[in-house]
Ligand binder design. Structure first.
Ligand code: OFO
Length: 171
């Protein structure tokens, strides 16, 4: 049975996914402004994924014959200090999403809503992957520190251009 409390939590989750979408769009713009096109494209793709997550929940609510409720999406905070800061913020955002998904799974189980529980397992797995991906970038950025050539190479990696390909193209 689709319980009111679960529907309401899913509606809040749509808003959270849209907030992530907005935040990552702002971050993509920040990277674009720095000339880091690889980072910009990477996080832009991530922003699109967040929109897809929101739509997945939107459609699930409809398939349960529930009603979607849309809430205001606050403007992203912006004011990014460095690529490392952006990625650390992204990791925190993903951890918040994971905690929120876990809470809804718990609620769905408590309320005997096993269809929502099953639906959310995709998100549980997705969050493991997302956190790992973002954490990998955070670790690399910490290693790089202020070493600009390192940042440049990582940007090329994110753009899908390997160091070898670049050397071959130059040679
Ligand atoms: Fe949808 O929160 Fe990231 O993945």
């Amino acid at each position: 049975m689709f319980v009111e409390k679960v529907q309401s939590a899913l509606n809040q989750q749509i808003n959270m996914e849209l907030q992530a979408h907005y935040t990552y769009l702002a971050a993509a713009d920040y990277f674009e402004g720095m000339g880091l096109k690889g980072f910009s494209q990477w996080i832009f793709n991530h922003a699109e994924e967040e929109m897809a997550h929101a739509m997945k929940i939107y459609q699930f609510i409809h398939s349960r014959r529930g009603r979607v409720e849309l809430f205001p999406v606050p403007a992203p905070e912006g004011g990014f200090g460095s690529p490392q800061e952006v990625m650390e913020g992204t990791l925190r955002q993903e951890q918040k999403v994971t905690a929120s998904i876990d809470r809804i799974v718990k609620l769905a189980r408590l309320e005997g809503d096993y269809a929502t529980d099953s639906f959310l397992q995709w998100f549980v797995d997705e969050q493991v992957e997302e956190e790992e991906l973002v954490d990998d970038l955070v670790q690399k950025l910490r290693l790089i520190g202020d070493f600009k050539p390192g940042l440049y190479l990582l940007d090329r990696e994110l753009a899908g251009v390997g160091v070898l390909e670049e050397t071959e193209a130059a040679g």
